[in-house]
Design a protein around this ligand. Structure first.
Ligand SMILES: [Zn+2]
Length: 281
């Protein structure tokens, strides 16, 4: 059965409504923001936000922008909408999904090692395998550009994954960006997220309300994963140090993940790519 996936770029307009509501809020700046980002229990996304907000412009270049904080979107002809299976990497006859990569020569040996650890984190328990590019047409070009970001899903041809040194060179951050390249959006962007978390709109840095939009996603019959490497932390884009995402029912649940894919993240990959159980890998 052909699975309709994941990623329509059709998002709801919830945040637009809220943007209006808080347009004249006096609390507009990222007050207390930096202190929170430096907390030790930060998630992979906290590190990404820190790198991207303080060192990279939101606009990467004239035609490419970041949405949701770290997903690159190019306007114009190549801004294809990812839907159905159109943005999946192809699967080999041996059952693996091989992702060819090219690593910038600007990385040191040590940095290269960390990036490979990020790849291994994705590979362990999934059918994905990263292979150095030889002749493959489709591949990820890993570059220390400004900030940590990736395109969503396979775009065809060369696609950049930016891992700036040193801020993005942490296993969790690297794995998070590769998850985007595999076709996954942030966990709290799931269409059904309002059943599981409450978005605290008044606490969000006003300019970043759009980062909390929902996507029309396919949940792959997997439970909402509070501990996903793709989940924003509780204080993501907080303007005043107050939480921006609160789990429903139990406030003690930790959101996000610092350095490794969750078990469900791995199941997600295998389900999306129809690879069977983690035990097989
Ligand atoms: Zn992300």
């Amino acid at each position: 059965m052909e699975r309709i996936i994941l990623l329509c770029m059709v998002s709801t307009c919830v945040s637009a409504v809220h943007a209006q509501k808080f347009l004249f809020s006096p609390k507009w700046g990222p007050i207390g923001y930096k202190a929170r980002e430096e907390a030790e229990d930060g998630t992979a996304m906290d590190k990404i936000i820190k790198a991207n907000e303080f060192q990279a412009s939101r606009v990467i270049d004239g035609t490419t922008t970041l949405r949701e904080g770290d997903i690159a979107v190019t306007s114009g002809r190549r801004s294809k909408v990812c839907f159905a299976r159109s943005c999946l990497w192809s699967k080999s006859v041996d059952g693996h999904v091989y992702i060819a990569y090219k690593l910038s020569e600007d990385y040191t040996d040590l940095e290269t090692k960390v990036i490979k650890k990020g790849m291994e984190n994705i590979e362990k328990g999934t059918c994905v395998r990263f292979v150095p590019r030889t002749h493959q047409r489709d591949y990820v070009d890993i570059q220390p550009k400004s900030g940590c970001w990736s395109y969503l899903g396979a775009r065809g041809g060369k696609q950049t994954v930016s891992l700036q040194s040193p801020d993005c060179l942490q296993v969790g951050v690297i794995a998070h960006e590769f998850m985007h390249a595999l076709g996954f959006v942030h966990e709290q962007s799931r269409f059904d997220r309002d059943n599981y978390v409450t978005i605290m709109w008044p606490n969000i840095w006003r300019d970043r309300l759009r980062n909390f939009e929902k996507f029309r996603t396919e949940s792959l019959d997997l439970p909402y994963d509070y501990g996903s490497i793709m989940h924003f932390g509780k204080f993501a884009y907080s303007q005043d140090g107050q939480p921006t995402i609160i789990p429903k029912n139990s406030k003690d649940i930790k959101l996000g993940q610092a350095s490794s894919l969750s078990h469900i993240d791995k199941l997600k990959i295998n389900k999306l790519y129809q690879c069977g159980d983690t035990d097989d890998y």
